[in-house]
Design a protein around this ligand. Structure first.
Ligand code: TRP
Length: 330
């Protein structure tokens, strides 16, 4: 069809998406749409490895899908679908689990971290999560998977599983490479800039949700933790200010040096307001589009059904090829 390289990525519908998700990952999803043939999914099956309230969960799946559209993911250009709608993901995951070792899954840092966090619910799904993620990836034969630091180990195990499968049963899967985007900010908490910005933080002032309104965004930036100096300068011993500089750079496209220059001799108050306004300006049209999209459930469903079908055509082919190689009677 065309000779563009392929990209695959998924996002969990677990709560509100933040400015960190946007600047760190989703903005790149958008930028990759022309250069690559992209497949993106809402990874709802992964989300149930921690307890979800069914009613809220349903709303989050809709809202995550709508938000991806509002951000500018174009369902004509890219394949955009919902993971649980394609049985091939769980089915391939089962096949892959037989070429995955207990030991290697036990060593996953995210499994260890989440087990510590949810000590009362260390379920088997949490353990085999990386195998499902491997299936998500390998079904689409992507060249690249954009991943942040926290998912790098999961991509590595997906590659190991693919190589092992190919060696045992014959060539089926392309071995995907990690894709480190040219731009992409690591956004830290506004209240504790040593920590990554997280939507599950108890302190709501620590993160900006993509759908926060203008006043809320500006207020959260005004309250952002800085330091007792008052120079706008990128420095390891100024994590709060550095985080704000990085956010401002990512949103305006100005280099850090240019930002430092712009605020030379000016106080933190003025700088924080500028960052808040720039972020609010960037997010406002997204929120506006989101409100329209989420209000029309029928149209939303039409879009994800079309995306599901388009994804399924690719996923089925890979799935049956793998099953055939394993000796299943088809
Ligand atoms: N586990 C990923 C996360 O939490 C989401 C995900 C699921 C994913 N399947 C994937 C990411 C496949 C990339 C490729 O961020």
């Amino acid at each position: 069809m065309d000779d563009k390289k392929k990209v695959l990525s998924c996002i969990q519908p677990s709560g509100m998406l933040t400015l960190g998700n946007y600047l760190g990952a989703l903005k790149n999803w958008l930028n990759m749409q022309d250069e690559f043939q992209c497949t993106y999914a809402v990874a709802d099956l992964h989300a149930i490895t921690v307890r979800q309230d069914p009613q809220k969960f349903k709303g989050q799946i809709y809202s995550t899908f709508a938000l991806l559209l509002a951000l500018g993911i174009d369902p004509e250009k890219s394949t955009l679908f919902i993971q649980s709608h394609l049985p091939e993901h769980t089915a391939l995951s089962w096949a892959l689990s037989s070429v995955t070792q207990f030991g290697e899954l036990s060593r996953m840092t995210q499994f260890k971290a989440k087990s510590a966090l949810h000590a009362d619910n260390i379920n088997v799904g949490l353990f085999s999560y990386p195998v499902l993620m491997a299936a998500d990836i390998l079904l689409y034969q992507p060249d690249f998977v954009p991943v942040g630091a926290d998912q790098k180990q999961h991509l590595e195990i997906a590659r190991d599983i693919a190589m092992r499968f190919n060696r045992i049963y014959g060539e089926v899967f392309k071995i995907p490479e990690p894709y480190i985007p040219k731009i992409g900010a690591r956004v830290m908490s506004l209240q504790d800039p040593e920590k990554k910005m997280s939507k599950s933080d108890d302190n709501i002032n620590s993160f900006v949700a993509i759908l926060d309104d203008r006043d809320t965004i500006i207020r959260k930036f005004k309250r952002a933790v800085t330091d007792s100096e008052s120079s706008v300068r990128l420095s390891e011993d100024k994590p709060g200010v550095s985080n704000l500089i990085n956010i401002y750079s990512a949103v305006t496209g100005k280099t850090a040096a240019k930002v430092e220059k712009e605020f030379e001799g000016k106080g933190y108050g003025e700088f924080k307001l500028a960052v808040g306004e720039a972020v609010a300006d960037e997010l406002a049209p997204i929120k506006e589009r989101y409100e329209k999209i989420i209000a029309d459930k029928a149209e939303l469903e039409r879009i994800f059904r079309a995306g599901d079908e388009r994804a399924e055509r690719v996923a089925r082919k890979t799935y049956f090829k793998a099953m055939k190689k394993m000796g299943f009677v088809l």
